[in-house]
Design a protein. Structure first.
Length: 448
């Protein structure tokens, strides 16, 4: 018996030591995350969009180019950045500031187009201009994982904060990182429904999962999630946790580009800065957190609208909105901006950029807040290159079908260069990045 007791004591000590080592490792991860640079999306930009007098319109259509840049028609007489309006056979445009620090300051201008050429450009005071600079298109993003708001970024408006709390964690400011009441309520709802219907994770747990863990649902991962949530609460304020969560939570996709954080979602869904969102828009974004794909407002408008209204009702119950404001917000229809038409094949470009960043920069610098990569890729040329590859492969597939040959899917690659500078204007590494991410333009090995 004494020997058994000694064995049990040794086992208990060993388990405690192992647990302590694991806890120390998790604690170091949390401290590094909170103390290190704020992680955020690395944006990869195409070449700037420049309208030139007596030159073709980029992309062949000014209206299409403005739509791809996320511009919207001005409401009323005042032009604000990112808007335009038709005026006497011309288009008045108020450009946004360029993300490139060396770019000239934006200036409103009046652009006249004849056919597919820019006939005239004039400043607001009537001064003739040779060019008008618009911001570059975003080709893709990299490295989104639990990012805090970039330094200087607009904070989420109170309505968005209240909507997130109402939708995801109504006791956020009153629990230590895990909420036993919510867990019990979720288990009861799941038992009644015969399957998983309701989550019990707090905002702290969700942030821990997004930053440190994989999506796999296992008991071990759930235990680590709870410990990490408690550690986050021990080392960060509630405000910091909420700020990081709002800045990084996954909110669906804009074309082929994932949307992370309310600032990106405000631009993707409403073509607005985050600070301009109203209660109905904030509630829509908070509502789709639970199922960003199943509640995607463009694909599932009715479900997204119903979920938005439930969040608004919860905001009224929580006192974040009064009854009249809640009623007005519930009466608003869904007003979504057109999706950004980003080149899908630019994901091959993004892969090459990621490799180059890894070669040139240390890991922390490659994920620094606000990092932007400016390329020479022409967004319109990239689209044309993608279409050319797709048409050629579809033609070849039809020819093979007629000859009853099917050795497997054909692939192709295309690189377009500026003959004067050697800059890459377009790059397509295959038929479809989603099914085959190998970049055959750069990485494929060929017979010498």
């Amino acid at each position: 018996m004494p020997r058994l007791r000694r064995v049990l004591v040794l086992v208990a000590v060993a388990l405690a030591a192992i647990g302590g080592i694991a806890l120390a490792r998790l604690d170091r991860q949390v401290r590094a995350y909170l103390a290190g640079p704020a992680l955020g999306a690395v944006r990869i930009y195409a070449a700037p969009t420049v309208l030139r007098r007596d030159a073709p319109v980029p992309g062949g259509s000014l209206a299409r180019k403005l739509a791809r840049l996320g511009y919207r028609q001005a409401a009323g007489d005042a032009l604000v950045a990112g808007t335009y309006r038709a005026a006497g056979g011309a288009v008045e445009i108020a450009p946004r500031p360029s993300p490139a620090p060396w770019a000239p300051a934006p200036r409103p201008a009046r652009v006249a187009v004849q056919g597919r050429r820019v006939a005239d450009i004039r400043a607001a005071d009537g001064t003739p201009l040779d060019t008008l600079d618009l911001e570059p298109e975003v080709l893709a993003t990299l490295g989104r994982s639990g990012g805090a708001l970039d330094a200087g970024a607009d904070p989420a408006p109170p309505a968005c904060r209240a909507a997130v709390l109402a939708a995801e964690d109504r006791h956020f400011f009153h629990h230590p990182g895990i909420d036993p009441t919510a867990i019990a309520r979720a288990l009861l709802a799941d038992l009644r429904a015969g399957g998983r219907r309701q989550g019990g994770s707090t905002i702290s747990q969700q942030l821990a999962k997004n930053v440190f863990l994989t999506p796999r649902r296992t008991l071990g991962r759930k235990a680590r999630e709870a410990v990490l949530a408690l550690l986050l609460e021990a080392h960060a304020t509630k405000e910091e946790i909420l700020r990081r969560y709002v800045a990084s939570v996954y909110l669906g996709e804009d074309g082929a580009v994932p949307i992370h954080g309310f600032a990106e979602a405000a631009d993707a869904y409403f073509a607005k800065p985050l600070g301009e969102l109203g209660p109905a828009e904030c509630a829509l974004l908070a509502g789709i957190i639970r199922s960003p794909n199943g509640l995607a407002p463009r694909q599932h408008a009715a479900a997204a609208l119903a979920r938005r209204n439930r969040v608004l009702a919860a905001m009224v119950e929580d006192g974040a909105l009064d009854q009249a404001a809640g009623q007005r917000a519930r009466g608003e229809p869904l007003r979504l901006a057109a999706p950004h038409a980003r080149p899908v094949g630019a994901l091959y470009v993004a892969d090459e950029v990621a490799r180059e960043l890894g070669r040139l920069l240390p890991p922390d610098a490659a994920r620094a807040p606000g990092l932007a990569v400016f390329t020479a890729v022409d967004a319109d040329a990239q689209r044309e290159a993608e279409r050319a590859v797709r048409r050629r492969l579809e033609s070849s597939d039809r020819a093979r079908a007629r000859r009853r040959r099917d050795p497997g899917p054909l692939q192709a690659a295309l690189v377009a260069l500026d003959p004067t500078s050697g800059r890459i204007l377009a790059l397509v590494g295959g038929h479809d990045y989603g099914s085959s991410p190998l970049d055959r333009a750069v990485r494929a090995r060929r017979q010498p």
